[in-house]
Write a protein that binds this ligand. Structure first.
Ligand code: PRP
Ligand code: URA
Length: 209
């Protein structure tokens, strides 16, 4: 079973509290999400493999460490995942970005696919799926399934807020995937929104509704 990493760093928790507040506007919401994504990227990339190379400083030759191994790909689940992309790209400027478009059917709350555009060499990359919300887990589960259908083997999932129900759905479908999350909330309401959560992330980022 994949590990669940709860990233409870004070900076992340403080910024998440600001995001949860109903009186936080779209500009601040977007900025906070990007800042949290940057902080989460630092933790998510902690286990990247390294190698020593020889370099020359202004003083002498020496050995120093660089990241090695597979290249990275960031895959946001549209729309809300877009709000986390820059936080990752700021720290990993050479990564490629793929996009998976899913929306939740308002009646069934199950994800419906409407877009998929991935880097051509996606199966050779270590993939980090980003989406702030992990509610029923349907969207994340389906996005990871789509990536595996494209040959991806090495996948991590990074979310901001989730509930145990959603985490368990992803873990059951994809026991090989580690989940990184900033907060595990209490439950889903009758509309399958996270309680207390932060509302509809896509609407709050893009000012719709
Ligand atoms: C939201 C969110 C996740 C999904 C989570 O997207 O960004 O993708 O719901 O819910 P789930 O775990 O129950 O699948 P939404 O469908 O509202 O689309 P949007 O991002 O375009 O607003
Ligand atoms: N999607 C959201 O944006 N918020 C929730 O609480 C659940 C799903």
């Amino acid at each position: 079973m994949g590990n669940v990493h709860v990233i409870d760093h004070p900076l992340i928790q403080h910024k998440l509290t600001l995001m949860r507040r109903a009186d936080t506007g779209a500009k601040d919401f977007r900025e906070l999400l990007e800042e949290i994504a940057t902080l989460m990227c630092y933790e998510v990339t902690r286990d990247l493999p390294m190698e020593e190379i020889e370099i020359e400083t202004p003083i002498c030759k020496c050995k120093s460490r660089v990241i090695t191994g597979k290249k990275l790909g960031i895959v946001p689940i549209l729309r809300a995942g877009l709000g986390m992309v820059d936080g990752f790209v700021n720290l990993i400027p050479t990564c490629k970005v793929g996009h998976i478009g899913l929306y939740r059917d308002p009646e069934t709350h199950e994800p419906v696919e409407y877009y998929c555009k991935l880097p051509p060499d996606v199966e050779e990359r270590e993939i980090i799926v980003v989406d702030p919300m992990l509610a029923t887990g349907g969207s994340s589960t389906d996005a990871i399934t789509m990536l595996k259908q494209h040959g991806c083997k090495n996948i991590k999932l990074v979310c901001l807020v989730g509930v145990n129900e959603g985490i368990q759905r992803v873990q059951q479908a994809h026991p090989d995937v580690d989940i990184y999350i900033a907060a595990i909330d209490e439950y889903l309401n009758e509309h399958k929104y996270i309680v207390p959560g932060l509302g509809d992330a896509g609407d709050r980022i893009f000012g719709t509704k």
